[in-house]
Design a binder for this molecule. Structure first.
Ligand SMILES: [Zn+2]
Length: 379
């Protein structure tokens, strides 16, 4: 019994310490009991990084939250009678810049899922009752699809590049990062109107690593990841739309596009990266291929309807780092060439952003509906 006391002492010492400047706050913690699960919502004063772990003895799940201060220690015993998977919620400052919220559970190995929502930023932990299982997650043995048993609901829209990385540079000082942000915003808005939950990886001119982009999608347990890009070619006459899904078999042209989007040269795509890619592909290829086809067709036909002739460069496969770090079906759309005079001019317009976004969303809806039918059919 000495060790817990020592820990409490340490915790109190930390809490008593001066609060460093610049930290956010844990604004609120709320607990809701449902038939199948208990939901704990941790509301924060700003966006944060966090980490989740489950431990067996005693059974508990904890969320470490970076860059925030939690006035405490806080402890809320659950008052509700009857069985609930979360017995007690407590929290405090774990380090000077990191808060920890602990959910004491009624038994080991409870199914859970943790994700976050915005406006305001909050971390949501769903803990499932004994016997009730969490929605299908990604940790499945190779060859088993996680995405054939759940509908398409949560979509992460990734605007390529940003901040210090302008992406492709085109005619009239056109920058890929601006073009794709405009389209991505329109796309997220349209998807929300269509009843999806849409989350942007970036909503402003901000630099994100490829890993941060997919990490957000993975933490959210998203059902679909769409990365929006614009193309460039040394041949200024090249124009058109191409849509990529991940593959390790690729031709030279694709490798060049991938290397540009990855920010590396072709030679730097290692054997290890290719192997990792092929492992991920096993989970999601079927769905990624479907959504790529659906989105690509809708985009080409939508743009043609609006602008007349648009080159259809097809659905391709390539070793895109941003795709193979995603746990869910993921595609990368190259909406046009900033290096082509006519297409570049078009890409710079708000009208194009809207047309492209609405077309992509139409493709996503078609995929969702097709996917829902396959769920009903039990496939
Ligand atoms: Zn790009």
């Amino acid at each position: 019994m000495r060790r817990p006391l020592l820990l409490v002492g340490l915790l109190l010492a930390l809490v008593a310490a001066d609060r460093p400047p610049g930290l956010g706050d844990v604004a609120d913690i709320r607990v809701f009991d449902h038939d199948t699960h208990t939901r704990v919502v941790i509301e924060l004063s700003r966006e944060v990084d966090y980490e989740v772990n489950q431990l067996a003895q005693p059974p508990r799940l904890y969320v470490d939250i970076d860059g925030v201060w939690l006035d405490g220690p806080l402890a809320a015993v659950r008052e509700r009678g009857g069985a609930t998977p979360v017995r007690r919620v407590r929290g405090g400052q774990n380090t000077l810049t990191r808060a920890r919220v602990v959910l004491e559970l009624d038994g080991p190995e409870r199914g859970y899922r943790v994700f976050h929502l915005r406006d305001p930023f909050r971390i949501v932990a769903d803990i499932y009752r004994q016997g009730a299982s969490a929605p299908p997650r990604r940790e499945k043995p190779p060859g088993v699809d996680a995405f054939d048993t759940r509908p398409v609901q949560r979509i992460v829209v990734d605007a390529g590049h940003g901040g210090k990385d302008p992406g492709a540079l085109g005619v009239d000082r056109l920058r890929e990062k601006d073009v794709v942000l405009r389209i991505s915003r329109e796309l997220a808005a349209q998807l929300r109107r269509d009843g999806f939950e849409a989350v942007l990886t970036r909503d402003r001119d901000e630099f994100l690593t490829l890993q941060q982009r997919t990490q957000r999608a993975n933490q959210l347990d998203a059902d679909l990841f769409i990365s929006v890009h614009a193309n460039a070619s040394p041949n200024r006459r090249t124009s058109g739309v191409e849509t990529y899904l991940l593959d390790t078999r690729y031709d030279r042209q694709t490798a060049r596009v991938a290397a540009r989007e990855n920010g590396t040269s072709v030679g730097e795509l290692s054997e290890l990266q290719k192997i990792l890619a092929s492992l991920r592909l096993g989970y999601n290829e079927r769905f990624a291929a479907r959504v790529a086809g659906s989105v690509h067709d809708a985009l080409v036909s939508g743009l043609r309807k609006r602008y007349g002739s648009v080159e259809d460069l097809g659905v391709k496969r390539g070793p895109f780092l941003v795709l193979f770090q995603a746990d869910m079906p993921a595609i990368l759309v190259e909406v046009g060439f900033v290096s082509n005079r006519a297409e570049g001019k078009r890409l710079a317009s708000r009208d194009f952003a809207r047309t492209a976004a609405h077309s992509i969303a139409r493709g996503v809806r078609a995929y969702r509906d097709q996917h829902a039918r396959s769920l009903v059919a039990g496939r």
